[in-house]
Design a protein around this ligand. Structure first.
Ligand SMILES: Nc1ncnc2c1ncn2[C@@H]1O[C@H](COP(=O)(O)OP(=O)(O)OP(=O)(O)O)[C@@H](O)[C@H]1O
Length: 247
């Protein structure tokens, strides 16, 4: 049975890898102001797999983009270990994204004129301590598709190339925005298996945005957003593997 208990830090993992401290985000839309996030605080620990759950418009992507240094909050602070990334400046943010963060989006964002291997090489060439691109593609089960172009790959395979590209630089934090949103049920599960393997095999702290409550059962913790606020944080007891999930 799946039981959730209230949030407690993992034993021995009391220093968060990343901490979001009272962030709010407002967008000016002509005369109007849209509030995407309201006083959100959260902590993410090394090696965790955290699911960010919430209905459309609840602020999930905004939070993920701020965590990854793609966007900045209107107020509040974000710390990566003891470094305040909200005070980093453009150059510091670029280095943070390049070295420490891997992104996986719903639509794979591969370069169509480059092979799977070349798409991954784009990242490994600029990272300071990457794995070999072949190794990254092997990790996602695509060691035999190195020279395929995106159009010669299925949606699930393209998403696995995108995951290989994101993890090849050995980021400490992998941020995934609806990674199975464009995939059918079975293919989605294969992609979730790859994310689990990366999380467990490499110890990469992983955040996964989803609308799908069932996917939260493969997480260590679930953070639920509602109208831009954290509605609930729960630890998953009786974690399931993606193969055991159904929806
Ligand atoms: N660039 C922007 N300009 C104006 N408003 C924005 C912008 N980005 C997001 N918003 C608004 O902020 C709120 C939160 O958006 P966000 O994309 O973070 O939600 P979400 O939970 O990820 O939704 P979805 O599941 O549909 O992707 C929404 O009301 C959205 O319309």
């Amino acid at each position: 049975m799946h039981i959730l208990t209230h949030d407690e830090p993992e034993p021995g993992a009391d220093t968060p890898l990343l901490r979001v401290d009272d962030i709010s985000k407002e967008y000016a839309m002509g005369e109007m102001t849209v509030t995407a996030l309201r006083h959100v605080s959260a902590e993410f620990y090394r090696g965790e797999l955290v699911v960010l759950l919430g209905t459309s418009g609840s602020g999930k992507s905004t939070l993920l983009n701020i965590i990854g240094g793609l966007d900045s909050p209107s107020s509040g602070r974000v710390f990566f270990r003891d470094r305040e990334i909200t005070a980093a400046g453009e150059e510091g943010l670029t280095a943070f994204r390049r070295e420490s963060i891997g992104f996986v989006f719903q639509f794979y964002n591969l370069i169509s004129s480059l092979t799977a291997l070349e798409n991954v090489q784009l990242v490994t060439e600029i990272a300071s301590n990457p794995m070999r691109p072949e190794e990254a593609l092997d990790l996602v089960g695509l060691g035999d598709r190195l020279n395929h172009f995106p159009a010669q790959l299925s949606g699930g395979e393209q998403q696995r190339v995108a995951i290989a590209r994101a993890v090849a630089k050995k980021p400490e934090l992998l941020l995934c925005d609806e990674p199975t949103g464009a995939l059918d049920y079975e293919t989605g599960k294969v992609v979730l298996e790859v994310l689990k393997d990366v999380n467990e095999g490499l110890g990469t702290t992983t955040l996964v945005i989803t609308h799908n409550v069932s996917i939260s059962r493969m997480s260590d913790r679930v953070i639920r957003l509602r109208s831009g606020s954290v509605a609930d944080v729960e630890r998953t007891v009786g974690k399931l593997s993606p193969a055991q999930l159904s929806w």
